[in-house]
Ligand binder design. Structure first.
Ligand code: GRG
Length: 314
């Protein structure tokens, strides 16, 4: 069966994802050349180029293209959001945080390079992300296209949007609340949603919004996509919680639902597996509703991206 978007035309989502991911991977590779000091650049490249679904940069590019912007306009910002995402994973895995040994199928950054280098590689990626956005002021499009100079105020907007999404009011605070809730018996739905919105939805939202800004989207367009991305971001986390349970029970076959018995608060734990699945479907429908504002064939990538996030298996 052919994948159809809401305007009824054919859209090849997997091909789209693979093509965009390849483009992003190449740009990331070029953004962090191996240079002096070797160890830290090696560590940055190790985590940045370790794979990953590239959902945030693709969301950024798709949003830019939704309002008619060329992919090249969004690419530097797309790389920046992936740098920020990767650095948050490196720091999240540290012994003083989640203390994880594996990430993206490989030993975590501190396991491979030691804690000091892992901290510094994260810091350097965060700094490079903003340097990279600043470099997006002028972008050389392919010669057959006109060279577009992105208005400086667009770049400032992007920097403000990104900065706000990861600072002490957003990503950082989610980590603090998350740590505070660890092992706590009474975490309610409101607290859980707070953590998830700040931890996951905000960076997805910023990725989409920054793509829209680079593409020259109007305020009304930006706000639609912002709401779409916020729903999709929360959806991402609800699905993550559901997968945690279903994957664990499938893999082990014996002990059903690791997270139903562990300390960590999750949606299935707080509302039950069926209700959590219902909630996920509701968020998916809400996200898609925001896209009805746009031309169906132009919105197809975002439409299918939400479907992918809702129904992914990892
Ligand atoms: C100063 C930016 C900054 C961060 C410090 C460590 C920290 C505060 C926050 C932790 C943020 C965190 C670990 C969020 C989880 C995000 C998440 C949903 C990760 C999984 O994303 P996927 O599935 O992973 O997109 P891949 O590997 O595919 O990219």
């Amino acid at each position: 069966t052919m994948p159809l978007n809401h305007s009824g035309s054919v859209f090849h989502f997997e091909e789209y994802m693979a093509t965009k991911a390849e483009r992003v991977n190449k740009a990331l590779d070029e953004a962090v050349p191996l240079r002096h000091p070797l160890k830290v650049h090696e560590a940055m490249r190790y985590s940045l180029l370790a794979g990953g679904k590239r959902i945030r940069p693709i969301l950024c590019i798709a949003s830019c293209e939704l309002v008619g912007g060329d992919e090249s306009l969004a690419l530097p910002v797309a790389c920046a959001v992936e740098m920020i995402h990767t650095m948050s994973l490196i720091h999240d895995d540290l012994p003083c945080m989640d203390n994880d040994d594996l990430r993206r199928g490989k030993p975590t950054n501190h396991k491979a390079f030691g804690e000091a280098i892992a901290v510094l590689a994260g810091d350097a990626l965060l700094s490079l992300a903003f340097e990279h956005v600043a470099a997006a002021r002028t972008i050389d499009l392919p010669p057959e296209l006109v060279v577009r100079v992105v208005p400086p105020e667009f770049v400032v907007q992007v920097e403000a949007e990104l900065g706000a999404a990861i600072g002490s009011d957003e990503l950082v605070v989610s980590q603090i609340v998350d740590i505070a809730c660890e092992g706590q018996q009474i975490v309610d739905l409101k607290e859980l949603e707070y953590i998830h919105v700040h931890k996951t939805a905000k960076l997805l939202e910023a990725s989409a919004v920054c793509g829209m800004i680079m593409g020259g989207g109007s305020m009304a367009e930006v706000e639609r996509v912002r709401r779409y991305a916020r729903c999709t971001g929360l959806l991402f986390q609800v699905v993550d919680d559901i997968l945690d349970i279903t994957k664990t029970s499938e893999e082990l076959g014996k002990t059903a639902g690791k997270d139903l018995v562990s300390d960590k608060a999750t949606y299935p734990k707080l509302m039950g597996l069926d209700k959590a699945k219902e909630f996920a479907e509701k968020l998916l429908a809400q996200a898609k509703e925001e896209l009805l504002y746009f031309d169906g064939s132009k919105a197809a990538p975002l439409y299918h991206l939400a479907d992918y996030i809702a129904h992914r298996q990892n």
